[in-house]
Design a protein. Sequence first.
Length: 394
Amino acid sequence: MSRVMATTRLYYDDAVLADFSATVTATTDGGRVVYLDRSAFYPTSGGQPHDLGTLADVAIVDVVDEEERVAHHLAEPLDLAAGSMVVGQVDMARRVDHMQQHTGQHLLSALLADEYGCPTVSVHFGADYSTVDVAGTALTPDQLSAIEVRANTLALGNHAVTVSYEEAATATGLRKASDRAGLLRIVTIEGLDRSACGGTHVGRTGEIGAILLRRLERTRGNTRIEFLCGYRAVQRARLDAELLARAARPLSAAPSDLPELVEQQSVRLTELERDRKRWQQELARYEAQALWQSAAVDRTGIRRVRVTAVGPVKESEPLAQQLIALGPCTVLVTHLDSGGALLATSADSGLEAGPLLRTALQAVGGRGGGSPRVAQGAVSDPTSLEALAHALGF
């Protein structure tokens, strides 16, 4: 078997190379996958997403690392023979965004380890935000703003970010020991960090731009920090400001007053909900008395009350509870539009709502069930409600 031709990765030494020429070494999938002798397109690797752009003016949809070579997946097939020369153009807006996120993560991980004793255990670069998981749960939400200020201060120090190549056996001072042998690509942030990394990075920390730490959460015994850098951080901050302004507008309040107003509204809502339930119980009690008085008593001494609900049958449960508390009684609540049904039986009626309703519903193609006192379900066809009522003795 012939040996595949390796791809020279131009992004290793020039992260801002936007245009390049290369020679096609092979194609597969009818020309939709193209291999080149050299490429500036970064493949998904190390948590960093792949680049986008064009190859011979055809859009790239994916870039895959296949160890020795890089596979360029295209939106349309290219009719190119091996040996053909092509021109590639990297989507630099996406590339710069990834460079900012990745270098920002290196700086943040160094800061968290050196100044807070929290080494990084995993990293995720997402389309909208990224996360870094650090060991332990010592960090608190109150510390997050201080970490953010410190990270931005370090970035503004404009430390040089350089790439070097060293043998794994002799490389020293790495943030995390590498499990690879041979030649390592090492990304160094001057005075702050040395890490083995194959990703793309900015040239100086000032190019990271703003670093925004949005929140932290506990996860599997560690702490996860959500962060955004550069243009992405500015866009998120702008969106947050717009959302706050929209939320404050109906309240005729300033965005800074929202936390107190929301708390006040929450308290008021709780009070109103408590009042609503109390008045609902009172109304149910009066309605239950009227229904109880007008209901006929069958030969077994049980009153059967039929109620047609105007909303979901669940909302009529307080009324049903009030009725079955008055004495031997069974209550059927139905809703014509939805086909919903609720059955309630008093403890002294000798009847159990759950089994009764389940059996009656099954007979008319419905489903449901519940406890001995209250059960709920629905028929597939609302016209079956009368047959259901008849089966239950109403």
